[in-house]
Write a protein that binds this ligand. Structure first.
Ligand code: NDP
Length: 252
């Protein structure tokens, strides 16, 4: 059955652009209050104002750097201070370095693991009890098609996203019977700021829009039958192991 988001409050991380912003717009359109999290406060404030205006929901911007440890605790404290009870969480913030591993800047790698993996776990732990107690919200974790096709240049990124897949699948089982809908979402290439930076901005392959990715996720959530969904197709960046991906898709 379709989820009734009216009167719910959903956190969306990485809501200042791309897929996260599209999630926030769709959740607000369906009646959810939203908490928008990212570093660029101006972008968040602008989107929050637009959503309040258009959908008559509560929309709150919280500027937070998710590469810093302990973000979950800080966000939970901030929401308590604002007297906001949370029903849903979309762990969407993330980025990928795009070069050979031996040439990566170690500090940037640490940030990448913190944003894509460590703080995703931290935020999920910080909010899983209210999410379960609410029993009508969503937990969406952004994986990537890269999790299935670890291409050269994306070692830490692909592995981090594979972590997200396994992590979310286990929580999907643990959440059965609670009413909480849990999903990992694995998009293929999607036209966002992240995409625009790929291969130094020279990538010219096919892509989908953030709205298409969100629509796929929402369909899967409304049905609520599976732990993971893929959106879009493989392409020139994910050239390796296509057979494995196909097999895996059949399994899921
Ligand atoms: P964007 O670059 O458009 O958005 C990334 C978002 O994450 C921004 O809102 C950014 O906000 C936020 N973010 C990044 N670092 C931090 C940080 N340290 N602290 C807080 N927020 C942070 O990329 P996408 O929309 O494409 O990416 C969204 C998710 O989708 C990511 O997890 C990505 O891995 C995944 N994905 C994307 C694909 C694609 O082809 N685009 C394919 C597969 C998966 P700010 O800079 O304001 O902090």
């Amino acid at each position: 059955t379709p989820i009734d988001f009216s009167g719910q409050t959903t956190i969306v991380t990485g809501a200042s652009s791309g897929i996260g912003a599209a999630f926030a717009r769709e959740l607000a359109r369906r009646g959810s209050d939203v908490v928008l999290v990212a570093r660029r406060r101006d972008r968040l404030e602008e989107l929050a104002a637009a959503l309040r205006e258009k959908h008559d929901v509560r929309a709150v911007a919280v500027a937070l750097d998710l590469s810093e440890p302990g973000a979950g605790r800080r966000l939970a404290a901030e929401l308590t201070r604002r007297d906001l009870a949370v029903d849903g969480l979309v762990n969407n913030a993330g980025f990928g370095t795009d070069g050979a591993f031996h040439q990566e800047d170690p500090a940037r790698l640490t940030d990448e693991i913190n944003v894509n993996v460590a703080n995703l776990v931290d935020l999920t732990r910080a909010f899983i009890e209210p999410l379960r107690a609410s029993g009508r919200g969503v937990l969406v974790n952004l994986a990537s098609m890269a999790a299935y096709t670890p291409t050269p240049g994306m070692a830490a990124y692909a592995a981090g996203k594979a972590f997200v897949l396994s992590f979310t699948e286990a929580l999907w089982y643990e959440s059965r019977g609670t009413g909480l809908r849990v999903l990992s979402l694995a998009p293929g290439l999607t036209r966002t700021e992240f995409f625009d930076g790929l291969r130094g901005g020279t990538y010219r392959g096919s892509y989908q829009t953030p709205e298409q990715v969100v629509a796929t996720a929402m369909r899967a959530l409304d049905r609520g039958r599976r732990p993971s969904v893929q959106s879009g197709r493989l392409n020139a960046l994910t050239v390796r192991l296509p057979r494995l991906v196909t097999r895996r898709r059949a399994v899921l």
